[in-house]
Design a protein around this ligand. Sequence first.
Ligand SMILES: *[C@@H]1O[C@H](CO)[C@@H](O)[C@H](O)[C@H]1NC(C)=O
Ligand SMILES: *[C@@H]1O[C@H](CO)[C@@H](O)[C@H](O)[C@H]1NC(C)=O
Length: 339
Amino acid sequence: MALTAARAFIFLVLLAIRACQATSRTLHEASMSERHEKWMAYYGRAYKNNAEKEMRLKLFKQNVDFIESFNSAGNRPYKLRINEFADQTNEEFRASRNGYKRSSYSRPSAMTPFRYENMTGVPARVDWRQYGAVTPVKDQGECGCCWAFSAVAAIEGITQIQKKKLVSLSEQELVDCDTSGEDLGCEGGLMDNAFKFIIHNKGLTTEDKYPYKGSDGNCSKSETASSAAKITGYEDVTANSEKALKMAVANQPVSVAIDAGGYPFQFYSKGVFTGDCGKDLDHGVTAVGYGKSDGKKYWLVKNSWGTSWGEDGYIRMERDVDAKEGLCGIAMESSFPTA
Ligand SMILES: *[C@@H]1O[C@H](CO)[C@@H](O)[C@H](O)[C@H]1NC(C)=O
Ligand SMILES: *[C@@H]1O[C@H](CO)[C@@H](O)[C@H](O)[C@H]1NC(C)=O
């Protein structure tokens, strides 16, 4: 008798749970357009017409569902979140933000060999922000000039390390003026070519003097003439060696190319990113440190997608993975300026 009562009770509880799930599912659908409206207001998004809005709502819903099920699966050391890119497909997102032009032309070879290759006593952790060598996170907007942001962050770093003065430098000068080795402003480029241009140009001016516009423009010769930071050369880190990359980052912020494709990267929120990602390098960023947290080794990477993405604009990417190329190919084509 007691058993039957208990069974009936369990049955009722299960029924209640199921009813609850059904209700929340309907609420979920209904609230999705409300969430989209709120999201649009928060990020100041406007659409051309209702057809576009409907299409974007559909993408928003797909992305929110993906993010929520990813997070509730809870089997990764990192989380995703609904950010300002939540109404875009990954293809659109990649097309507008990335711009590391690896496939279209080959990487120029470095001017001198990798100077840190025999370094001993490499520290266990480094965070160049703590030494004041990293400017606040910037936002490239819908312009594929990640390569300029990556190169500039590395130059800001070495300049501060040597001169003890942190100055924000101009990406727009590179976008407008650097045509070396087929660098194409918002249509993509390479960090090594940017370094070459800056050597040739005898320096780079400040962000204040030549502010960022986020679109291709004509080169302003008068601003270009006033140099705020100079470099004498650049070096490529030994390819496909996270050990070599660690030595370089221990000494200064380093420009790295990564495969930033995939929805997990688009919606990365916090934690140590472990992929999935390939090795199809399409994005230039800057490694500004490395460390270990909760038993996971990571690279501390400064991105240029504003502070609402990731950990205040940064991502921690898993370090010392099985593949020699590193996670997302981070150890494949890294380089740094010398001064
Ligand atoms: C590193 O050590 C090797 C072997 O002693 C030497 O040939 C090489 O020149 C050294 N590299 C640098 C950058 O000093
Ligand atoms: C660049 O200069 C050309 C020729 O003077 C002009 O037609 C064009 O509008 C300028 N572009 C921008 C973005 O200012």
